[in-house]
Ligand binder design. Sequence first.
Ligand code: C2E
Ligand code: CA
Ligand code: CA
Length: 528
Amino acid sequence: MKKTAVMLLTLLVAIAGMSLPIWVAMEESQRQAYTAESAHALGYARDVVLRGNETGRQLQTAVAQLERHAEAPCSPQSIDDMRRLDLGSTYIQAIGYVEGDRMLCSSIAGAAAVLELGAPDYAGASGALVRTDVRFPFAPQQSFVVIQSGRFAGILHSELAIDTARSEPDVSLALVSLDYPAPLSVRGRIDPGWVARLGRASEAVFEEGGNVVAVARSDRYRTAGIAAVPVHYLRTRMEHLALRLIPAGLAAGIVLTLAVLYFVRQQMALPSAVRSALRRRELFLEYQPVVDLRSGAWIGVEALVRWRRPTGEVVPPDLFIPIAEQNAMIVLLTRQVLEQVCRDTGFYLQLHPEFHIGINVAPADFHSPEFVADLHEALRRTGAQPASLILEVTERGLLDPVVARETTGVLRRHGFALAIDDFGTGYSSLSYLESLELDYLKIDRSFIEAIGTGAPTSQVVGHIIRMANDLGLRMIAEGVESHAQADFLRKQGVQYAQGWLFGRPVAFAEIVRRMEEMAENAALSAAV
Ligand code: C2E
Ligand code: CA
Ligand code: CA
């Protein structure tokens, strides 16, 4: 059942693993395509605004120059000036003098013909009068915009401002006034209402009616440029991007899925791998010295289990102890550790019964009825004394007060020493610990690390030390890496310590060799 659930979950993860990157790729190509298409549309809208601005500028300059003919606006000199200005300007088609709704003389018709303009459509903010759709007899098909400033007016080709984007004829463009609903100039299908989408902003981009629409406000006149790019451009661009991104997404999905499948397979295979490790006796022990902080002498070691896989890879206990615990293999594992400890250290313990071996005991061992028998069986074969073993049990193993009290009592009566391991990481209260028979308290490495750092946990070690003193427990500090930590602990009255400062976990033969070396050195310096 559990296996089916895991398989089902894996399948779901695999499907998600495949589809997620593709979905991300699609979303990404859509986002990138939209960004590009927005920039595309905005480019056109800005171009329209620039052309509108330039038209206005040319018109203003021209009118300013004609002002000096105000007295005789249709004189030959004035008309000459009009023609000269007309020729010199790129945007103005013609320029002329207006009275009422009629252009009395102009660069195009001189003083010979009067051009009917019709009434202005609106007056701009600057007072300019704007006619948006004027027809002349000389070009009846053509619509012109006439902008009048004072008495002079420019005739503008209504398509000049939008004479851009020729290569994309289905792009719609318009130059609009912010004060009048009909566009000044328009190509294609533009909704002048889109200008309202600007709000207070100077530019806006949105998708509407199958278009990506950009609106840009002029910083000089009360006008705005609008460009509407059909969505099919977006789609084409998106398809191009997707064509590139989706294969990458798919590849990422496959890699991800394979990785997940591999990991799950490994995880599912781990319990049976641990089981066969126990069967094939692939576990071995390393020993880390425990030192007396005052004398520096090595008073014992902690046995730490490792797993050498058939490939030669050495697996640390954090990776397989939890699996052994979850799969009812820990009792068997501990039994093998005990046997191994006795095989490695029995000869030494016979000669040095005061030497200690710390053994890590899992909560399940602690609750196992065979545990005491296993301990005795191991000792019997080596002739070592129970007092040489320190059984290290975590706060987790002492959770049930009844079992904890009974088991600690039994073990103590059999002469074993007991240590509470990783102390400080659980929630045991002082009064609870007081009710148990314990010998040592091992201060967890995390608190030793915090010493002298100013971190909030750096205060905790002081409390732990006081608590241990109140309980009459001897202390072993774990993970001591620096002299500063060792000095601090020594000053605080902590008796023992282990850590890389003194020695890393090694084979027991190496421990013995180093202790002999230290003894020789001590003898030598005593003799000198
Ligand atoms: P632990 O009982 O707290 O063991 C101390 C761990 O700290 C060991 O890691 C040791 O190698 C490491 N250590 C020692 N000194 C230093 C130091 O100065 N700095 C640092 N950074 N680390 C240091 P290891 O051997 O990987 O063991 C991890 C844990 O696995 C042990 O934590 C213990 O809970 C568990 N374990 C190890 N052996 C056994 C075993 O035989 N049976 C059971 N049930 N658990 C075991
Ligand atoms: Ca001209
Ligand atoms: Ca330990």
